[in-house]
Design a protein. Sequence first.
Length: 326
Amino acid sequence: MIGHESAEKAFLEAWQSGRLHHAWLLAGPQGMGKGAFAARAARFLATHGRGGDGQEVSLDDPGDAAAAKLVEAGNHPEILHLARQVKDKSKDLARNITIDQVRGIIRRLHLSLSLGDWRIIIVDAVDDLETDGANALLKTLEEPPARTLFLLVSHSPGRLLPTIRSRCRILRFQPVERDVMTTWLHDQRPMLDAAEVRAVAAASGGVPGKALLLIDSDVSAMEKKLLAIASSGDPGNRLREALAREVGGTSNRARLELVIDIVPVLLARLARDRPIAEIAPVLAQWDQVQRTMRDAIRGSYDGAMIGFAIGNCLAELARRERSAAR
């Protein structure tokens, strides 16, 4: 994994000292691999015992072989998970982690450990807890059972109950620097040309998971479609309507997120390539795109409508250029 070095160091130092805090909040943008870090930390605790002997280790050290096999098979009895569940007769996930799910985990905490020295509860993501579930979890965090450790994954820690945050030690997962991201992407996808890797690294905002999604979604092809709108103005709406169809609907949510990710970077690049006197119109559309995306994130929205609105912002650039030329 990339971008986990400081978090791993802090976690292992606490384990080595024998003073491992009972609750850890893994905070950072979605796509930083926080869930993967939680899984690594849980595996480590399940295979390495209490700690406190100061030995030098890494999260990926093998530890107890029998326990490791159980973890790899997903059958270790002391690693418990809380996450949104798939709805009945549907492939969609439920909106929240329910109070009943939390109560089921809490009942397990009253049982004696059956294997190893730790019971680990991974909540991915704690942002998804419904209100009653968050309050129930808080009570357990305030009076945790012995040898129980919580790993709470959060993409938006500022939205959590302050009392939950205050009970946790926070591990922050910061976006990766662009040069580090570029090198990593070259290693992950050596078949890509340098220009595309640089474009993906810039559009990803330093988030590795987002970078891989951008590559798999063919960012270069989408950029060409967006640039065609910005350069032509799309006088007959044909390109904007095609964009709306491509990103509309639940099945096309990944394409919509791709557009949302790359349009601000695309506009910033267009601004850099223009004379100073011509930058203002690009910045105005950049601001409009940001407002459009904020409105989209706040509520239930139609992807086709958002795609068309973003297309309008790009088409406006061409219209302003033609007006300035006259």
